[in-house]
Design a binder for this molecule. Structure first.
Ligand code: SF4
Length: 360
């Protein structure tokens, strides 16, 4: 429902704003038509006749030992999406929203990509509703939801129109009022769309890197993240280097899932330092969350610390992120349900066969 839509039905922009505030602002988060209090009678009647108040059906909510909640919603067409709420003692509570039902990117370490295939894109409303639900239902229990990350099911930039629209709604000062820097759009590395996000949005950007080489001999990123065959590391990082020159006080976040024996050597750390040179950035080192059918194993903590120290000593801003919600399959790369469409396991480059067998 846009201001234009309200005006086209004979009502004033101010009335559109009143409706907007009831949907997204003033901590009201109205869900049903009959909760719309304080609106003009004719306006309400018009809404009841012409507007459809859709809402999700809550299918299930699982709470992990660390308080992380995995929420399953059934959409109007019967498909199911997952949203994760990650509480934090320091008051930085995060909702991780899905942008697609499933995903077609086939990142080899990700349950969603491997087991689900892509069913469809989510609409902007379906994306925003996940954050609204988290605020409406969970703020009392976990505290105010302060951060939104587009790191649930799907590749957000494959659904860029709806994701950008949803991000605009999330940061609107008359509505949900998330700070743009606390709304993070993530991507596996779709270069043209990255350019657009950096040009048109002030939200934070996270790029999954997960490998330090795409050369013919080692091919780690080509294997682990097939998107690299289209947009390789040099194109991806060159684009970021170029575009970030025009952003003020802006750092891209690189996500690096550590896979034992694959991308966690000290040589990888040294290559990573070279790769990100000249790019204002922070690096998150993530522990791999195992799932059934996965051929990877997580890097041991001591090794992650060693890797982190090499980066930190070279002056990188780097964080070690521990897994959240993995006992409920709510952690990064663990969302989704197996479907009839399963993406292929890609051929393991010869160099890593021994390493995978050794850690198995
Ligand atoms: S990591 Fe993200 S982009 Fe890759 S397959 Fe999983 S959901 Fe898709």
């Amino acid at each position: 429902m846009s201001q234009e839509w309200v005006q086209s039905h004979g009502f004033r922009p101010a009335q559109a704003m009143m409706l907007w505030k009831r949907l997204y602002g003033n901590n009201l988060w109205v869900q049903y038509y009959d909760e719309l209090e304080g609106l003009n009678k004719d306006f309400k009647r018009m809404l009841s006749e012409h507007a459809d108040f859709k809402t999700f059906h809550l299918k299930d909510m699982l709470t992990a030992a660390d308080g992380t909640k995995k929420i399953l919603f059934t959409l109007e067409d019967g498909l199911v999406i997952e949203t994760v709420v990650i509480p934090c003692l320091r008051g930085r509570n995060t909702v991780c929203v899905s942008s697609q039902v499933g995903c077609s990117m086939n990142c080899q370490f990700c349950y969603t990509g491997r087991q689900m295939g892509l069913k469809r894109n989510l609409s902007a409303a379906e994306i925003v509703e996940q954050a609204v639900f988290a605020r409406r239902m969970l703020s009392q229990e976990v505290g105010t939801i302060t951060n939104v990350v587009f790191m649930g099911m799907g590749e957000p930039l494959q659904n860029i129109e709806n994701v950008m629209k949803a991000a605009d709604i999330l940061v609107d000062v008359q509505g949900l009022q998330f700070s743009p820097r606390k709304v993070t759009i993530s991507t596996s590395g779709l270069v043209p769309q990255i350019r657009r996000v950096l040009k048109e949005s002030n939200c934070a950007l996270a790029v999954s890197l997960n490998a330090t080489t795409d050369e013919i001999l080692t091919q780690v990123r080509n294997w682990v993240m097939p998107i690299n065959r289209k947009y390789n590391l040099s194109l991806l990082l060159g684009t970021l280097r170029e575009e970030l020159r025009f952003k003020h006080k802006y750092k891209v976040l690189f996500e690096y899932v550590m896979l034992s024996g694959v991308n966690d050597s000290i040589d990888d750390a040294k290559r990573l330092i070279q790769l990100v040179q000249g790019i204002p950035c922070k690096i998150n080192l993530l522990s791999f969350n195992p799932h059934c059918g996965s051929q990877f194993k997580p890097t041991k903590e001591e090794k992650m610390i060693e890797f982190r120290n090499v980066l930190a000593e070279a002056g990188c801003v780097v964080f070690l992120r521990t897994s959240r919600g993995d006992d409920r399959m709510a952690a990064c790369g663990q969302l989704g349900m197996p479907s009839e469409i399963q993406a292929p396991l890609l051929k393991v480059p010869a160099k890593f066969r021994a390493a995978l067998e050794a850690v198995a």
